[in-house]
Write a protein that binds this ligand. Structure first.
Ligand SMILES: Cc1cc2nc3c(=O)[nH]c(=O)nc-3n(C[C@H](O)[C@H](O)[C@H](O)COP(=O)(O)O)c2cc1C
Length: 187
C-alpha cells in the first residue's frame, strides 16, 4: 500500500515534523507487518492521488489558519481525499498545543483525526513583518515539537491501516534520507 504524507510549511518546522511522521509511520507499519511505501510530498507538488491508498496532511498555522498551499491542495484533490483514509495535523502553538482548535479546509472530509503538534519559532528565520508581530507579542525562540507525540500518533495510524489493509504487498521506499534517524530530525 502507499501512504502519502503531504505538508505545507513556511519556515521548515512543519516540514521537519512531516519528515518525522513519514519515518515513524514507515517504522510503525513495518512493525505491524504491513508492507507499505510511505512517501513525503510538498502540498504544492502533488498532481494526483490515484496510486495513493491513504493520506496524512499537515500544515503550519499562521494567524489561526493553515497555509494557502494546504488550502489549494484540498481544493484540488477534494473528491480523491473524500474516498481515502485521511489524517490531519497542524503545527503551530508555541505555548500549550492542547489549548487550541484549528479549523482546516479538510474538516468536512471525514478525517480520522486531527492532531495539533507544538510549533517552533526562531526569530532569525522570520520575515521583518513576522518578527514585528512576534516581538509585539513578547514571544521568545521556542521549539515544542515532541518526538513522543509523533510516535504515539503514527503508531495509532499504523494500527488503523493494518486493520483496514490487512493484505498488502511490498514496495519499500520512503523519502526520508537514508541514514537519518528519527532522533536527528528533531532537536
Ligand atoms: C507571524 C506568526 C503568526 C503565527 N500565528 C500562529 C497562530 O495563529 N496559531 C498558532 O498556533 N501558531 C502560530 N504561529 C506559530 C507557527 O505556526 C509555528 O512557529 C510553526 O511551527 C511554524 O511552522 P513552519 O516553520 O513550518 O512555517 C505563528 C508564527 C508566526 C511567526
Amino acid at each position: 500500500m502507499k501512504v502519502l504524507v503531504v505538508v505545507a510549511s513556511r519556515h521548515g518546522a512543519t516540514f521537519e515534523l512531516a519528515q518525522l511522521v513519514t519515518s515513524c509511520l514507515d517504522s510503525a507499519l513495518t512493525r505491524t507487518g504491513i508492507r507499505a511505501h510511505v512517501e513525503l510530498a510538498d502540498a504544492d507538488e502533488v498532481t494526483s492521488l490515484l496510486d495513493v491508498d491513504a493520506v496524512v496532511l499537515g500544515s503550519a498555522v499562521y494567524f489561526g489558519h493553515w497555509l494557502s498551499s494546504a488550502h489549494h491542495f484540498v481544493d484540488k484533490h477534494r473528491s480523491e481525499l473524500a474516498l481515502r483514509p485521511l489524517w490531519l495535523f497542524s503545527s503551530g502553538p508555541i505555548d500549550d498545543p492542547r489549548a487550541i482548535e484549528v479549523a482546516t479546509p479538510a474538516d468536512s472530509l471525514g478525517a480520522r483525526s486531527h492532531h495539533v503538534f507544538g510549533g517552533r519559532l526562531h526569530a532569525s528565520d522570520l520575515s521583518w513583518s513576522e518578527r514585528t508581530v512576534v516581538r509585539a507579542l513578547g514571544v521568545s525562540d521556542v521549539d515544542l515539537r515532541q518526538l513522543g507525540d509523533v510516535t504515539d500518533w503514527t503508531t495509532h495510524i499504523a494500527a488503523t491501516l493494518a486493520h483496514e489493509f490487512p493484505a498488502t504487498t511490498p514496495s519499500g521506499r520512503h523519502s526520508v534520507a537514508p541514514g537519518v534517524t528519527d532522533e536527528e530530525l528533531l532537536p
